[in-house]
Design a protein around this ligand. Structure first.
Ligand code: SF4
Length: 370
């Protein structure tokens, strides 16, 4: 029933408290449980941000006037249950057939061509999927090709790698990190900014290896920023989020965004009402140095882009409906009102009917799925 396939790294497996996996904040993000799936709000979809509609060529989302999102691959080292790109990322599941963005030089050529012919673009986010799954030579080629376009001033590589497989950053035999470091230096030499955007959601994802890896990147001059997603029973308390932000700051990782969870299907148990992010922002501001305070945002369903959660136009806590506008986008998008919906209020005890499999049938099913 889950829209995302399951993939984990040893780092993530070892970050889970296996004495209490049911309540574990890391387990909740990556391993779905049949018993915790609850009915979706009717507005949930697999592409809540309307990315496919904003793609002038396959694998390039051009929503903001000066920024575009280059989807280089649709594979990641882990699959997050709440992935905003559930329509494309990871393998097919029993309920979802994906529209993958395979790493392909032929496809990338079309993207370079569009970017080269669009001088309004100054910022490119290279994402996916996860750039950790690009071959180092491909990472290098994409970075160099983008840097060579005169109007491109900033490139961000998006990777959850530092959070889910930090040992790779420290592996001297692995060329991915050296490719990133050399692109950073190449960009600096040209007066352009190249950086890494990563994705930590909970302090338990941080180990001593993570600290060493972050320190290595810092020493090599790589700017790292973090984008978290606010998730129920993962990081939706002020204490947990405050600890995460301080730990990131101590690793010289700038907390950039905390996102309201997107309206993605199959994850109603992970979403929080808008009120949670509003309260959290209020209580955290002033407790952390201003330059380490992230923006608390809603990525507007239907392609309105990121807006501060506090900028809502209306919010009815009874119906759970909030509305926003995005006048900066221009055109029809500037005239539209965008709606976000709080999660459906769930009964205290869920009655979920699941099949009565005996251990033998379960083993057969697991073997068949391998
Ligand atoms: S790492 Fe990013 S792109 Fe990959 S599954 Fe998680 S949220 Fe989606």
């Amino acid at each position: 029933m889950a829209p995302m396939a399951i993939r984990l790294t040893p780092h993530i497996l070892s970050s889970i408290d296996w004495s209490n996996p049911l309540d574990d904040p890391i387990r909740r993000q990556f391993i779905p449980l049949r018993s915790s799936i609850v009915p979706d709000h009717p507005s949930l979809t697999l592409d809540s941000l309307g990315e496919e509609a904003d793609s002038p060529v396959p694998g390039l989302v051009h929503r903001y006037p000066d920024k575009a999102l280059f989807l280089a691959t649709s594979i990641c080292p882990v699959y997050c249950r709440f992935c905003t790109r559930s329509y494309a990322v990871g393998g097919n599941t029993e309920t979802v057939s994906k529209s993958p963005q395979k790493p392909s030089r032929k496809r990338w050529e079309v993207i370079y061509d569009y970017i080269g012919k669009t001088p309004a673009l100054t910022d490119i986010v290279v994402s996916g999927g996860d750039t950790y799954y690009l071959q180092p030579e491909d990472l290098k080629e994409i970075g160099s090709r983008l840097l060579s376009i005169p109007h491109i001033r900033r490139i961000r590589f998006a990777s959850k790698g530092l959070a889910v497989c930090p040992s790779r950053i420290l592996d001297v035999n692995d060329a991915w990190t050296s490719a990133l470091v050399s692109l950073t230096a190449q960009g600096r030499g040209m007066g352009k900014h190249v950086c890494l955007h990563t994705h930590f959601n909970h302090p338990n994802e941080i180990s001593w290896v993570t600290r060493e890896a972050a320190r290595y990147l810092w020493a090599k001059g790589v700017t790292v920023r973090n984008q978290s997603v606010l998730l129920h029973k993962v990081n939706d308390t002020v204490e947990t989020m405050g600890t995460l932000l301080r730990e990131l700051a101590d690793m010289n990782i700038q907390p950039y965004y905390v996102y309201q969870c997107d309206l993605v299907r199959g994850i109603e148990d992970l979403r929080t009402p808008l009120k949670t992010i509003l309260d959290m922002e209020q209580r955290l501001r002033g407790t952390i140095a201003g330059f380490m305070m992230p923006s608390f945002v809603v990525d507007l369903p239907g392609g309105g882009g990121k807006r501060l959660a506090t900028s809502y136009l209306t919010y009815n806590q009874k119906t759970g409906r909030s509305t926003f506008v995005a006048p900066g986008l221009g055109g029809d998008k500037a005239k539209k009102t965008y709606e976000y919906y709080d999660p459906v209020e769930q009964p205290a005890v869920q009655k979920v009917a699941y099949p009565e499999w005996g251990i033998e049938e379960l083993q057969e099913r697991v073997a068949a799925a391998m």
